[in-house]
Write a protein that binds this ligand. Structure first.
Ligand SMILES: *[C@@H]1O[C@H](CO)[C@@H](O)[C@H](O)[C@H]1NC(C)=O
Ligand SMILES: *[C@@H]1O[C@H](CO)[C@@H](O)[C@H](O)[C@H]1NC(C)=O
Length: 319
C-alpha cells in the first residue's frame, strides 16, 4: 500500500483540498444522492452550533410549579428546540442511507479497496466528508448539555400532562413514538457516530457474500492515508490550514471507530490493519483542545479498547 506513493499522495490531495473531485459516470447516481445529504449537513452543524437551550425558562418553571405562566413560557421555549432536535435526528437517518450507498459502491466486487478509492475518488471524498460531519456534530453535542436537559423536560411535560399523540400532532409537536426514538438517539454520547457504526455493522451482516475484509480494508486504508498525511512533515506543511488538519483527524478517528465496530477483533488488536499506536501518537502531538474530543471518542465509543488483546502500551497512550 505504501509503495505507490504517487497514487497515495494524489489521494491525499484529493481528500484534503477544497478541490472537488468530479464524479465519473459510474459514480453519478450515488454521488448525487449523497451530495443532496451533504448539502444539508452544513446547515445542521450551524444550527447545532447556535443551539442555546431553554435552561433558564426550565429552571424558573421547575422552581415555581404553581406559576402557570412560567410553565407555559418554558413549554413554548422548549417546543421549537425539540423541533430542531427532531430535524437533527431525521437527518441522521438520511446520513445513514447515504453511508450505506457509499459502502455499497466502495466495496462492490471485483475491485480491491485501494482500487475503489482510486476509481471512485469522488465517492471516497464524500465518505470522508460524512465522517467529518459526524465527528463535528458529536463534538458539539457532547459539549452541549442543554440538549438532553431540554429534551427530558419535554418528555416529562408530555407525560405529566398526559398529552396524547393527537394533541401533540395537532400542535405540530413531536409525538410519543418519535420522542422515544429520539431519546435513544440523544442518550448516546456520540449519536451520529453510533448511527454510522450501527449502519456499517448492519451493512456487513446483511451482505454475507461480501468478505468483511472488503469493508474493513476500505476503512483501514483511509485511516492509513490520514495518519500518513498527519505524521509526514512534507505532506503536512502543504496543509497549513488548521481546518484541514482537523478534517483529516476527524476522518481518521471516524474510520477507526467504524473499523473497530465492524471487524471481529477490532482496531486495537495486534493483527489490526490500522496502526493504532501511530494514530494515537499523531493525535497527541496536536494541541490538546482540538483533539480532546477525538481522543474521548476513541476512549469511549470504541468496542475493543478494553479487550485483553489490546496492548498495555496502547491503553497507556489513551489514559
Ligand atoms: C448488500 O445487500 C443489499 C441488500 O441486501 C444489496 O442490495 C446490495 O447489492 C448488497 N451489496 C453488496 C456489495 O453485496
Ligand atoms: C445502535 O444499535 C444498538 C443495538 O442494536 C441500539 O441499542 C442503539 O439504540 C443504536 N443506536 C443508534 C444511535 O442507532
Amino acid at each position: 500500500m505504501f509503495t505507490d506513493t504517487i497514487k497515495f499522495y494524489h489521494f491525499l490531495l484529493l481528500l484534503l483540498q477544497s478541490y472537488n473531485a468530479q464524479p465519473t459516470e459510474a459514480e453519478t447516481a450515488v454521488w448525487n444522492q449523497v451530495s443532496a445529504v451533504l448539502e444539508e449537513a452544513h446547515g445542521i452543524l450551524a444550527e447545532l452550533q447556535s443551539y442555546n437551550g431553554a435552561g433558564q425558562e426550565i429552571r424558573e418553571a421547575i422552581q415555581n410549579p404553581g406559576d402557570l405562566a412560567l410553565q407555559e413560557k418554558a413549554w413554548n421555549a422548549v417546543c421549537p428546540l425539540v423541533a430542531k432536535l427532531k430535524r437533527f435526528y431525521e437527518f441522521s437517518l438520511r446520513l445513514e442511507n447515504a453511508l450505506r450507498s457509499l459502502l455499497e459502491a466502495l466495496t462492490s466486487p471485483p475491485y480491491a479497496p485501494m482500487q475503489h478509492l482510486e476509481r471512485e475518488q469522488a465517492l471516497a471524498k464524500q465518505f470522508a466528508e460524512i465522517l467529518h460531519f459526524t465527528l463535528s456534530f458529536d463534538e458539539l453535542k457532547m459539549t452541549n448539555p442543554a440538549i438532553q436537559n431540554d429534551f427530558s423536560y419535554y418528555r416529562r411535560t408530555i407525560s405529566r400532562n398526559r398529552l396524547n399523540n393527537q394533541q401533540l400532532e395537532a400542535e405540530n409537536e413531536v409525538n410519543n413514538e418519535m420522542a422515544n426514538r429520539m431519546s435513544l438517539f440523544y442518550a448516546e454520547a456520540t449519536p451520529m457516530l453510533k448511527t454510522l457504526s450501527n449502519a456499517t455493522t448492519k451493512f456487513v451482516s446483511e451482505n454475507k457474500t461480501l468478505p468483511i475484509e472488503d469493508t474493513t480494508d476500505c476503512l483501514s486504508t483511509m485511516a492509513c492515508v490520514c495518519r500518513v498525511m498527519l505524521e509526514t512533515p512534507e505532506y503536512r506543511c502543504r496543509f497549513t490550514n488548521t481546518d484541514t488538519m482537523l478534517f483529516c483527524m476527524r476522518v481518521m478517528v471516524g474510520v477507526i471507530i467504524l473499523y473497530d465496530h465492524v471487524h471481529p477483533v477490532g482496531a486495537f488488536a495486534k493483527t489490526s490493519k490500522i496502526d493504532m499506536k501511530g494514530c494515537i501518537k499523531v493525535l497527541k502531538e496536536q494541541p490538546s483542545n482540538s483533539v480532546e474530543g477525538l481522543l474521548n471518542a476513541l476512549r469511549y465509543t470504541t468496542r475493543h479498547l478494553n479487550d485483553d488483546s489490546t496492548s498495555k502500551q496502547i491503553r497507556a497512550l489513551l489514559q
